[in-house]
Design a protein around this ligand. Structure first.
Ligand code: SAH
Length: 299
């Protein structure tokens, strides 16, 4: 095992092995119990959010997908189009391999079967794979520490932005984490949903022999950062699950669903008017608004 700890995004390009990552954290049927329980927690919450919870729409953008697709299996039934993204070129290649059904692609079938079981019919797993392969329309490079985070790629505003287990790895400190969440919220339509799964009290994780660190987050810090990014937290479900010590040092996992607030009208937000005069001020702004729904949704 090497002594060095990698913290910068640039380190991922040189040192992150998609295969080592997948076999450690996503072996599911044959892997360690702790890792399997965490995947099950994610799949259960994603199922609740996108199947039962009714979050759906045209476009979902996934940020920091890594070489993985497990988190899109429920969402592909609820969105017309899914855009996936990651910083690391070898992760994008690994994703493309699975999406194009190329030889040597990672075998996700055990996890796909588990999701189909949650949806009521385990035997439909091959249809589910084909559905997800059709629904992912773009595989993009992203860097959540930069603006714009998707570089020069032109993407529509999303109904949902999803990010699982990526921001705590991509961001070395709280300031960077907060800025990254604001960038993610910037990809959303007003009223769109931000869905994120976070490793709490994260210190580092192993990808083969390489150790990667990130930002240490408490539940309250995550909620605060989501709120500061202009989103209202609708659900924050935390469990005391931890990875196997040899693979990752953390304490707890957290699944958050939030909704981007309707846009504030600057003049209203900036002026400190006495309470009684907001109605009058609103009326004076009415000609600027395209329809009355906007009036109702002003914050
Ligand atoms: N979402 C996946 C992968 C998480 S691993 C899962 O749920 O398992 C962490 C990921 O963060 C890696 O794929 C890495 O490439 C990505 N990452 C690192 N720095 C990043 C950055 N600056 N912007 C976006 N993603 C980054």
């Amino acid at each position: 095992m090497e002594g060095k700890v990698y913290l910068r995004s640039e380190d991922y390009e040189q040192h992150f092995s998609p295969r080592d990552y997948l076999t450690t954290f996503y072996s599911f049927d044959s892997g360690m119990v702790a890792e399997r329980e965490i995947v099950k927690f994610s799949l259960q919450n994603l199922h609740q959010t996108f199947s039962a919870g009714g979050i759906k729409g045209d476009v979902l953008i996934d940020i920091g997908s890594g070489p993985t697709i497990y988190h899109l299996l429920s969402a592909c039934e609820a969105f017309r189009e899914i855009i996936v993204s990651d910083y690391t070129p070898q992760n994008l290649q690994e994703l493309q391999k699975w999406l194009k059904k190329e030889p040597g692609a990672y075998d996700w079938s055990a996890i796909v079967q588990h999701v189909c079981e949650l949806e009521g019919d385990r035997s439909k797993w091959q249809e589910k794979e084909a559905k997800l392969q059709r629904t992912v329309t773009h595989v993009l490079k992203c860097d959540v520490t930069k603006t714009p985070l998707l570089g020069s790629a032109q993407v529509p505003l999303a109904d949902c932005v999803l990010t699982c287990l990526a921001m705590e790895c991509a961001c070395p400190d709280l300031e960077t984490y907060q800025a990254a969440l604001c960038r993610l919220a910037g990809l959303l339509k007003p009223g769109g949903h931000l869905v994120t799964m976070v490793t709490l009290r994260f210190q580092h994780y192993m990808v083969g022999p390489k150790k990667f660190a990130g930002v240490y987050l408490e539940k309250e810090t995550v909620e605060k950062a989501v709120q500061n990014a202009g989103c209202q937290v609708l659900k924050c479900s935390c469990v005391p699950l931890s990875y196997s010590q040899a693979y990752c040092v953390n304490d707890g996992m957290c699944f958050v669903v939030a909704r981007k607030k309707p846009q504030c009208l600057k003049p209203l937000a900036d002026k400190s008017l006495p309470w009684g005069s907001y109605g009058k001020h609103l009326k004076s702004l009415a000609p600027q608004l395209s329809n009355t729904d906007h009036v109702a949704s002003i914050c």
